[in-house]
Structures are given as structure tokens and as C-alpha cells.
Design a protein around this ligand. Structure first.
Ligand code: BG6
Length: 286
């Protein structure tokens, strides 16, 4: 159906009331609701749903470049291209009846194409799977970075904790991309943060104390994790982001940044992210 500014979108519905919305522009998830209809992703009230600007919020896909680490535009081109519905998808292992297969081709004639599945699990989990295959006939390897740039909706950033990144090494984008080691405590937030945690565990949790909700991220094939919140000063410089919206969002992004992935002709990479949102008490002691 049609979304904002007439852009095509697909709505997925789970068996007990959960839903997800996916714009073909960017192959971009813009909404994920639980069985009670509560929105779990943050999308800015100032988001511009118009090419070439990527939609501010939801889950943009950063590919084949992350940030400004390369010669392409910031975060690569996948988030500002129109994806198509894939009528002949490769097999994706799934236990979901509610999914959409998308494909990105850099141009109509191009041999390169990147399949991507977005699925809602029976319990309302959101599952993203992306594949990249090197179809170069010229024998050349293909190198890329990748991120699911997920904007989580949180009630109050000062009440949020992130578990799973303690004691890890990270690059701090706010300190000349220098390498540091995280302390032993769960992360909490009281100022701008823009860090790339390296080779993280496959499970990361975001605890929203006020909402009594925990987001659990499970990732495969995507070793790093970026944590970003622009805080007040940076927020004011962003035209597509409200001045106070930083209080209600946190990006925790499954990413492959430190070691870009190289595929020889014929090789394939697969990355997967599974998101669930559960009442906090269910998670204690896990
Ligand atoms: C994060 C980066 O992933 O995305 C930040 O680490 C960046 O450095 C942020 O500011 C937002 O990027 P953009 O291009 O969507 O404004």
C-alpha cells in the first residue's frame, strides 16, 4: 500500500496483533509493534520521507559502507535506493508466515543483487536477514561494510541500560576514532555517544527501566555493534530530528565495520538480526 508521500510500503501482520511496516525506499523498516499495538521503534516526527534523504528512524540499512569510512556517501547507498519485492527469492530458513522478500539491484541491468528478508515471528519478534553474493564475472573480490542501524524507542534515555558490551574494545567516533576499552558496568547514558564496539557477543540487551521492557538483539554474521545517541547539541544541528527527541531513542546497531567483509566471486555472506521486546522481569538472570 501507499505510505507517506505516496511511497510504497508493505505491512506485515503477526498472528496475535504484532505488525511491521517496510518502505521499499531503503528497504527500510519504519514500524514494529508488539501484540498490544505499542510502537517499539523510534521514527522522528521530522523524518523526511523523500529521496535522496534516508528516513530518520526505524531500521535503515547501511551498505556497502558504514559512516564515512570509504569513498561512498555516508552509510552507503542501500538506504536511499528503491528496493523491489523479490519474486524469486533464495531459500531463507524461517518459521514465520509473515514476511517480505526484498531485493536491491544497483541498476536494472546489473548482475549484482542483494536479497533481504524481513519477517515477523509468531511471538512478534522481528527478524532481518540479508545476503550478499559476489557475482562479478571479472574475478574481482568485493568488499563491504554493513549495519542494521536500528533506532529503538525508549521512554527516557537516562533510565536505559545496555548489557552485553561491558569490557569490550571500541572505537570512539567522538574522540578521533581512537580505540578504548569499556568498563565492567552496563552502559548508561548522560551525553552524546557514538561508539563502535568490536566483536561483541551475539546477544545484547537494552533495558528500559521506566517502560519495564527489555529489547533483546540476537545477531549472526555481524560481529560489531554501534551505539549512537546524538544528545541535545547534535540534535539541534539535524534538520530531520526534533530537538528533544534524543531523550526517547537509542541506536544499537548490529554492524560489520572493523573488518570489512570480502567476498571472492561466487562467495556469499549472510547476516541476521533478531529483535524481541519482552517485559523486563522475564529477562532477569538470563
Ligand atoms: C551512526 C554513526 O551510526 O549514525 C554516527 O555512528 C552518525 O556517526 C549516525 O552520526 C547518524 O548518521 P546519519 O547519516 O543517518 O545522520
Amino acid at each position: 500500500c501507499k505510505g507517506i508521500n505516496g511511497l510504497d510500503k508493505v505491512v506485515l501482520r503477526g498472528p496475535r496483533g504484532s505488525s511491521a511496516e517496510v518502505y521499499l525506499y531503503g528497504g527500510h523498516v519504519t514500524s514494529w509493534r508488539n501484540d498490544h499495538g505499542e510502537e517499539l521503534l523510534f521514527v522522528s516526527s521530522k523524518a523526511i520521507f523523500k529521496p535522496p534523504k534516508a528516513i530518520r528512524g526505524g531500521i535503515p540499512i547501511c551498505f556497502p559502507q558504514f559512516g564515512s569510512h570509504g569513498s561512498l556517501e555516508q552509510h552507503g547507498f542501500a538506504r536511499n535506493k528503491f528496493w523491489s519485492i523479490d519474486i524469486d527469492p533464495p531459500p531463507f530458513p524461517t518459521n514465520s508466515k509473515s514476511f517480505i522478500d526484498l531485493i536491491l539491484k544497483p541498476s536494472e541491468e546489473d548482475m549484482q543483487k542483494w536479497p533481504h528478508r524481513i519477517a515477523l515471528g509468531p511471538g512478534g519478534d522481528l527478524m532481518l536477514t540479508s545476503r550478499v553474493r559476489n557475482t562479478n564475472a571479472d574475478g574481482k573480490p568485493f568488499t563491504f561494510a554493513f549495519a542494521y542501524h536500528t533506532y529503538f524507542s525508549v521512554s527516557d534515555i537516562s533510565e536505559v541500560r545496555v548489557e552485553g558490551l561491558e569490557t569490550l574494545d571500541y572505537f570512539d567516533n567522538l574522540q578521533n576514532k581512537e580505540r578504548f576499552t569499556e568498563q565492567g558496568d552496563a552502559l548508561t547514558f548522560e551525553s552524546e555517544v557514538d561508539k563502535i564496539y568490536l566483536s561483541t557477543p551475539t546477544k545484547i540487551a537494552i533495558l528500559d527501566h521506566e517502560k519495564k521492557r527489555t529489547f533483546v538483539l540476537r545477531k549472526e554474521g555481524i560481529p560489531d555493534a554501534v551505539v549512537w545517541n546524538p544528545w541535545d547539541k547534535k540534535a539541534k544541528t539535524m534538520t530531520d530530528f526534533g530537538d528533544d527527541e534524543y531523550m526517547h531513542m537509542l541506536c544499537v546497531e548490529a554492524a560489520a565495520v572493523e573488518k570489512p567483509i570480502t567476498l571472492k566471486p561466487g562467495e556469499e555472506w549472510k547476516g541476521r538480526l533478531e529483535l524481541s521486546a519482552v517485559p523486563s522481569s522475564y529477562c532477569s538472570g538470563q
